[in-house]
Structure formats: structure tokens, C-alpha cells
Design a protein around this ligand. Structure first.
Ligand SMILES: [Zn+2]
Length: 497
């Protein structure tokens, strides 16, 4: 069946004022872009796009579907407070909870113009076929395209930093030190099984592998993850240099930066992306560029957790490919890529560099489309409105106040639009959002289920929460101290914020 999206204006980084073109779609793929009114085929289905600005679907280069049920739980949380809270935030979840969390994350994305995401999904003690099926079911229900990467670790947060467990033992009686992640061999076996069995007939859901944070993984474990990923041709993503204490401690643990450490294990390559990458130096950037690796820039989460501001212009100068992400709801709440683009533009302006080095709105739009597509390993499939690419399209209402008056469409898209102008969203030629609302979901019923799940989980995790709150002040002090000690001893070169 042919679908013609007619009468709209196509906006892309290469054509910032938009071009009047009809889009011809066969199945899930764009087969032609033609002058308005050219297609006269009476059998073709038509979608009226008059007064609509059509953009390539935004692509979220980094999120976590397990965060959906935790939206709004934290406020003044740094990364180490979040890490301390993780056991009670995610504890005791069944398949239905995992499905609900992913469904909320997916709805928030598509209603705000995101058509694909890189989801680092965590399950304790190990990834499961049941959990992955629950996330896949949520994405299939909404129609979202995704790379779903089981997020794995074989060390706890407390095991990840030298001296941490001993320091905590003074207040917790050794409880944090006794915690363990799932067994290494079981996690690797689970990854191998998933990689062997993963099937998606629509080719919309792909598998990746995400060793969560290098500090939380033994070298042997990271090598095993690499081997599964390479054998099955899967992309990999990990959080690197998100918080300053991580950059600081990597030198005392490995005698080199975490990026260099990952590279020494053969993990850094075109299939690999580093999420956050706030505290990397020039040497790390050169290395990422040489290896063809990418960065997922998450300005909203970096601000919300007080992590810092990633030096995006420096990455671009080094020719490192970048995408933009929101991060999960537990660390940056909403999943709005328009907000992420706006934040990316704004934070590029506060590092003291001259205006010509700030990110332009056109660059930001390119990062959130083509750049993120590269991070997902789908650069030849999505991220552009062009022949042969998937029909992942967002139709924005030009009568919305964000575009009134229409002075400069790309500036307004990045600096004014907040997702409210999203009218329709197509993913693989299928309409998943109309009049700004996802199709086929009963929001009231979903809200009731989510509230009930959260009430049950909070009761179940109350003791774990009390423990996290008990040790939180010491955790914060320890991580701050780690940064200061490392900075004073000159063990590494931290970038000025
Ligand atoms: Zn993350």
C-alpha cells in the first residue's frame, strides 16, 4: 500500500526553512520525495499535511525504560545519591511493573516527537527473557523503534570505589559491603541466550549490550560482554565520566582513564558509545574519534544530577560523532527530546567560549536526528527524510504558538517548541500519535495501574529506602572527598567546568 503525506513542508538540518514536498511511503520506507500534487494514483492512501512542518523523528540516544515508574521521585540528587537509591527504586519488580515502566517511557517519547531510542534496561540479578519480552511488548504496543540493551554489572556501587566499603562500615555495620550483584557467569549466560534468541519480525526492536559503568564491571566481565556483542554484531553503550568522582577514581583503580581502560579491553570501536562523557580529556576524545566511537550527550540529566557540562564543541572538533539523549525518568524525569535539544543548545553557551563556538540550532537538530541514529547503529536506516530511509516522521502544527510567527523554523524548533505542536507521529509508516496523543492507550487506566504498582513497590522497598537514606550523607562526602584528593594529587587532568 502506498501512503502519500501531502501538502507539508519538510524541515531537516540541510533545509532549515523547509521545502514543500510530498512524501511517498511504501510499507515502512520512504520511496520518493516529489513536488506537491505530483502523485495522482487514486489507490494511494493520503495523509493531509497542510500547515504542518515535517521533521525526521527525533532519536533518543540514551534512556532507561526502568526509570518510567520513578518519574519525579528525586529532587536534589547527585549521581552518587541516585546510585545509593537504585536498589529501592528498582527492587522487587515483576514483569508487569517492567512493562508499565517501559510503556510510560515510550508514551512520553512518542508524544513528544521521538521515534527511536537507545534503552539501557536494568534487571536484577540478571537480564531475563521475560523482562525483555515485557519491554518489547510495551514498545510494540506504542510502536516505538528501539535498541534495547540489557544493562549489566558484576560489582555493586560500593565495590566500585577503593576504600568505599570500609568507610561505610563505620555507620552501616558492613551491610553495604555485603551486597552483591548477580553472579558473573549467570549474567553472561543470560546475555548469550538473549543474543541467540532475539527475534523481531518487524526489525524495529534490536538488541544491544550495556555494561552499565566500567567501575561496576570487572575486566573479565567487560571482555565477556564484548565477546557476546561482537559475535552477534550488537552495539554497546556504557556510562563513562558522568560524574567527576568517576573520572577521578579511574586513575587510582586502573592507572589510566576509563576510556583508555575500555580501549585496552578491545571494547572501543564503531559499535561503541559513551553516555554522558562529561569528564573526558583531549586524549580520551582523540581515542574515541580514532576508533569511530560515539558519545550520547544528556544535558538535561547532567544538569539535574549536577554532574557538569559535557564539552560538546571539543568532541565535534575532534570529529567524535554525537547524539543527544534524555536519560531515564529517575534522573531527568521527562523524556522530551525537544527539551533535550534546547538544553544542549543552552549549555553549549556557558563554558566561556565565544559565540561562534556555541552549538547552532542546526547542529543541535542534526545531533538529535542523524547523530543519535549513528549512536543506535542505524545511521543508514533512520534520522533523515530521504529515499530508502524508514518513514519515521513527526508532523508539527504550524498554527501552534511555538511557530507564531514563523521567523526561523529551525531556531523555533530547538528554542521554542516543547512538544506541544506535535500533531502526528509516524514510525515505519504507521501512525502512532494523532492530535498529540498516542493511539490505542487508555491513559486513565494506565495511570491507575502505575499508581497501584508504585504503592506496592514502595511498601516492599521501604527498608531498603531507609538504609539508603541512612548512608546517603557519608556516600556524598566520600565521593566529594575522592574527587578532591585526586585533583590535589594531580593524578589526572580534569576539564574545567
Ligand atoms: Zn543513564
Amino acid at each position: 500500500m502506498t501512503l502519500v503525506v501531502s501538502g507539508g513542508r519538510i524541515l531537516s538540518p540541510g533545509s532549515p526553512r523547509g521545502e514543500a514536498r510530498d512524501i511517498v511511503i511504501e510499507g515502512d520506507t520512504i520511496t520518493d520525495l516529489v513536488a506537491p500534487g505530483t502523485i495522482r494514483d487514486e489507490n494511494a492512501q493520503r495523509l493531509d499535511a497542510r500547515r504542518r512542518l515535517i521533521i525526521p523523528g527525533l532519536i533518543n540516544a540514551h534512556t532507561h525504560s526502568h526509570g518510567g515508574l520513578s518519574m519525579g521521585i528525586g529532587d536534589r540528587w547527585s549521581l552518587e545519591i541516585l546510585q545509593t537509591a537504585n536498589p529501592w527504586l528498582g527492587g522487587g519488580r515483576g514483569a508487569e511493573d517492567k512493562y508499565l515502566s517501559a510503556l510510560i517511557t515510550a508514551i512520553d517519547q512518542v508524544e513528544k516527537g521521538t521515534t527511536a531510542c537507545y534503552d539501557l534496561f536494568f534487571e536484577f540479578p540478571a537480564p531475563s527473557s521475560e523482562g525483555m519480552a515485557a519491554v518489547a511488548a510495551a514498545y510494540n504496543e506504542v510502536g516505538l523503534r528501539a535498541v534495547i540493551a540489557p544493562m549489566v554489572a558484576d560489582l555493586t556501587f560500593y565495590q566500585s570505589l577503593p576504600g568505599f566499603i570500609d568507610a561505610l562500615a563505620r555507620v552501616d555495620g558492613g551491610k553495604a559491603g555485603a551486597m552483591r550483584m548477580g553472579r558473573t557467569a549467570e549474567i553472561v549466560t543470560a546475555l548469550e541466550r538473549l543474543a541467540r534468541e532475539w527475534r523481531d519480525p518487524s526489525d524495529r526492536l534490536r538488541l544491544g549490550i550495556a555494561p552499565t559503568i566500567p567501575h561496576h564491571c570487572t575486566k573479565e566481565f567487560m571482555i565477556a560482554c564484548r565477546d557476546v556483542a561482537r559475535e552477534h554484531g550488537l552495539v554497546m553503550q556504557t556510562h563513562i565520566g558522568e560524574a567527576r568522582y568517576q573520572a577521578a577514581s579511574s586513575f587510582s583503580i586502573y592507572g589510566m582513564s576509563m576510556t583508555r581502560t575500555m580501549d585496552s579491553l578491545g571494547i572501543v570501536g564503531p559499535w561503541f558509545s559513551a553516555a554522558h562523557a562529561v569528564w573526558l580529556d583531549d586524549d580520551d576524545m582523540r581515542l574515541l574519534a580514532e576508533r569511530g566511537a560515539q558519545v550520547a550527550h544528556n544535558p538535561g540529566a547532567n544538569l539535574r544530577l549536577g554532574s557538569g557540562i559535557a564539552p560538546v564543541r571539543d568532541y565535534l572538533r575532534h570529529d567524535v560523532a554525537l547524539g543527544i539523549g534524555t536519560d531515564g525518568c529517575h534522573c531527568s524525569d521527562n523524556q522530551n527530546m525537544f527539551e533535550a535539544m534546547r538544553a544542549a543548545s543552552f549549555v553549549s553557551r556557558v563554558r566561556g567560549s565565544p559565540p561562534q563556538e556555541w552549538l547552532s540550532t542546526e547542529e543541535v537538530l542534526r545531533l538529535a536526528t542523524e547523530g543519535s541514529a549513528r549512536v543506535l547503529g542505524l545511521q543508514d536506516v533512520i534520522g533523515k527524510i530521504a529515499k530508502g530511509y524508514k518513514a519515521d516522521l513527526v508532523l508539527l502544527d504550524l498554527d501552534n504558538v511555538s511557530f507564531m510567527p514563523l521567523n526561523n523554523a529551525v531556531n523555533q524548533l530547538v528554542h521554542a517548541e516543547d512538544g506541544c505542536a506535535v500533531d502526528k507521529v509516524l514510525i515505519g509508516g504507521r501512525m502512532v500519535v494523532t492530535e498529540g496523543r498516542v493511539i490505542g492507550i487508555d491513559n486513565a487506566a494506565l495511570a491507575a495501574k502505575a499508581d497501584a504498582a508504585v504503592e506496592r513497590l514502595h511498601a516492599l522497598n521501604a527498608e531498603a529506602r531507609r538504609f539508603a537514606e541512612l548512608i546517603e550523607p557519608l556516600v556524598v562526602n566520600f565521593c566529594r572527598g575522592l574527587t578532591q584528593t585526586a585533583t590535589l594529587s594531580g593524578m589526572h587532568r580534569l576539564l574545567p567546568c
